[in-house]
Design a protein around this ligand. Sequence first.
Ligand code: SAH
Ligand code: SF4
Length: 371
Amino acid sequence: MDAVNLLGFDLEGLAAYCEQLGEKRFRATQLFRWIHQKGASDFDQMSDLAKSLRDKLASRAHITALSVISEHNSADGTVKWLFDVGAGDAVEAVFIPETDRGTLCISSQAGCAVGCRFCSTGHQGFSRNLSAGEIIAQLWYAEHSLRKRFGKSERVISNVVMMGMGEPLQNYSALVPALRMMLDDHGYGLSRRRVTVSTSGVVPMIDRLRDDCPVALAVSLHAPTDALRDQLVPLNKKYPIAELLDACNRYLDKAPRDFITFEYCMLDGVNDTPEQAHALVELLRGHVSCKINLIPFNPFPASGLKRSSRERVTAFAEILIQSGLVTTVRKTRGDDIDAACGQLAGEVQDRTQVQVRMVRAPMMVKGADPS
Ligand code: SAH
Ligand code: SF4
């Protein structure tokens, strides 16, 4: 039997595993704390576990993070890691420090099947789902390597946003245990309000998340009408805007925050006119409690799209704000290390040894999850 990677178990799963080994369930709590709170990867470090248990674990299990292909540090403190997930696939995570919090943006899939027009992951297509262990490994690695770097024993990462590569709600069975590990007091102990799932709008899974593990929700809207959204986010043909907004309202019943964040990527001449801003107001005002986050588009050649001018974005934001919709314009971070949305492709294509698929980091910027 292959040795099992304990990074993939939430506390419940680890307790079941311990029982299988003939151990008491509470051992799982000790083990879980060693792994996630202390960053241990060697069973011999786990001084409060009996030697016999440590030996048993060492012979059947392991704690293995993802291997790091590269790490880039920006002058503004942003750190970006590219992780190898095997078979030529890579995903990335980005840490964005701010005065009052540290946000980690992580990936849920290698590639993405949704195929949004403005997203380089969408253009690349779907490779595979990450496991729960591969999702949490990004947080595990970032948290513990940053603690060492800053000489801190306390938590460095206070917020997690699922805004890297992939559609988290199309990898639901791995997402939920990973979220539980983030929230668990014996794990990372993050508040539900500070963990954000971003989705292109997988309606049935929004309902399931509400019941299984409600965290903050961001919805990638990008258009005020179905005709336009059908073109930008192909999933809209399956789950049109009205159904999506109904699901958002149902979600709000159990959500830890009393608003949904709508993300709107500003594309020159496509979705950025004053008429479209007014249409967005009509669509949302009085219908869904929300905040709007306008994202400057990060261009890549295959998209054939351009970023809206600053004036255009400001004018669009003004209309929303004047109409009473809380609106922020996302500031880009880590520009000097290509940590902004859609910018990693070049670096990856340059790699000759490991043939890594094109990846990009959509979020990598500030303000997605205001607290
Ligand atoms: N699949 C999920 C989460 C990952 S994408 C989703 O779509 O919500 C995270 C955010 O980055 C989304 O709002 C997405 O629309 C945005 N994004 C993707 N490509 C981008 C680009 N080239 N420029 C700016 N934002 C982009
Ligand atoms: Fe997938 Fe999100 Fe990119 Fe759309 S924007 S292709 S859903 S990762």
